[in-house]
Structures are given as C-alpha cells and as structure tokens.
Ligand binder design. Sequence first.
Ligand code: BJW
Length: 237
Amino acid sequence: MAHRNLVILTGAGISAESGVPTFRADDGLWMGHRIEDVATPEAFARDPVLVQDFYNQRRRQLPTVHPNAAHRAIADLAARWRGDFLLVTQNVDDLHDRAHAVTPPAHGFDLIHMHGELLKAHCTRTGQVCDWPGDLAPDQPSPHHPQGRLRPHIVWFGEMPLHMDRIEAALAACDLFVAIGTSGAVWPAAGFVQLARRAGAHTVELNLEPSQVTDLFDEVRHGPATAVVPAFFSSLT
Ligand code: BJW
C-alpha cells in the first residue's frame, strides 16, 4: 500500500492508557456530569468556579502523565513519512506535542488541536491566545484587554472548532485517513471519515470498540491503542 497524503484524527482513547480518562466511559471525565451539560459557554457563564476548577485539575494532572506507545508510533511515522501528514487531535492534553518533540517530524507534518489546548488560555474580549501552564481564577484578568477575562483555550459545545479550513483542505486531498480512539459522538470530527471517503481515501478505524460511525470505514482494527496503533503503522512507509 503506497500512500502519500495522510490525515490522522485522534480522540481521548489514545491517551487513556497514559492515565487520562475518556469522556464517555462510565468513569468519564466529568464524574457525575454529562460533558454536553457542562462543556458549554453557558455553563461557564453560570458557574465559572466549577468550570475553571475542572480545567485547573486537569492542567495540574498533565505533568504526571506521559506519551504512550501509540503517541510514539505516530511520531515515528511522522519522522519517516514522505508526503503531507496532518495530525488532528481532539485532545486538549499535550501528549502528541511531547512525543513529536522527542522524534522530530519530517517536512510536510502539521499538528492541529481542533478542540483547543489545556496549557493555553484566551481573552474573552479579543480572543488572543497565550500560554497558561498554571491555574486560572474564575475571574482571571486578561493581559490583552482591560475588561477582558481569561478562559481556558477550549472549544466547548456550540463553538466552532479550530482551523477547520486547513483540516477540510487536507481531508479533500488525502489518500489515507486513520481515526484513533474516538467514539464518533461529536461533530464535526465524526464527519471527517465521510469527507475523506469523498476524496477517495482509504479509511481506517483503530479503536477499543466499534465507534458510532464504524460502518463508514473501509478497515477496522479493534483493541487498545498501544497495541493496534504501533502494529498498523509498522506496516506503512
Ligand atoms: C480506546 C481506549 C484505548 C478507550 N485504546 N481506544 C446534533 C447532531 C449533530 C451535531 C450536533 C447536534 N447537536 C449539536 C451538535 C454539534 C455538537 C455535537 O457534536 N454534539 C453532539 C453531542 C451531538 N458539536 C459542537 O458543538 C462542535 N462545534 C460545532 O459543531 O460548531 C459548528 C460547526 C458547523 C460546521 C462545521 C464545523 C463546526 C464543538 C464540539 C466541542 C467538543 N468539546 C469537547 C470538550 C473539549 C474540552 C475538554 O477536554 O474538556 O471535546 S466534548 C469532548 O468530546 C471533547 C472531545 O474532544 C470530544 C470527542 O470525544 P472523544 O475523543 O471521541 O472521546 P470519547 O470518550 O467519546 O470516546 C473515546 C473512545 O476511545 C471510545 O470509542 C472508546 O472505546 C475508545 N477507547 N480506551 C483505544 N485504550
């Protein structure tokens, strides 16, 4: 199989074996809350203490977790890939970033965090983004605007995911699309497989169990990411 233009989509399942909980498992991230009920701008306006505290806890957890064999397998592939390679992650952790820092990617690689990044914040007035490795107060003043506040740089329900133009352009030009560790419950990411199919790409799902859109893939391999991802990518050049 010779492929040139690759798009990989990852979700919470790729970080599960690093110790980052997924969203829709029984022991999912919001512990008693449905993510759809709390990860919204309205929830932040209603209860900024709860929402900032949730993201503060997750930000504090980041130094205690590390990239696993699946993150490393993608980084190794990116280092030897000879075509365009876009890695789109829905995850807000920095585990892909750290894996790629160890094994620098070849020319033609890009990484997009389409749902934002835990280690960044943005101004509620100007939208300007800044690095933010520590806690955010419920009414954290913004350095960018006198009336602005800083909020987590996270895409909540009802907000537009980031860099959609670049993602859609890459999907329209890809000949291999691989989705890893994502339930297919959240849009527009769940629709990427259809965009890739429209481009004529071979589509592959690597997941612990069938996703909600599993029937749309040409090839599915089920199992833990640390096993199925290195095994699948070892066969690609
Ligand atoms: C393993 C594993 C292991 C476990 N190995 N695998 C009605 C119909 C259609 C759409 C809508 C609708 N009503 C509203 C919408 C739109 C809405 C939406 O999708 N809602 C659904 C609830 C229906 N979407 C939005 O609002 C988005 N914006 C939008 O649509 O803008 C308009 C637009 C229009 C046109 C073009 C483009 C845009 C924004 C979505 C924002 C999502 N935000 C969150 C929170 C992020 C911050 C945070 O981290 O707190 O993002 S929600 C949450 O879900 C998070 C994730 O990135 C996202 C996806 O979850 P993911 O990664 O798939 O995790 P899980 O837990 O669901 O699944 C894990 C999988 O891993 C499972 O399958 C396991 O089996 C597997 N697994 N262990 C391998 N070891």
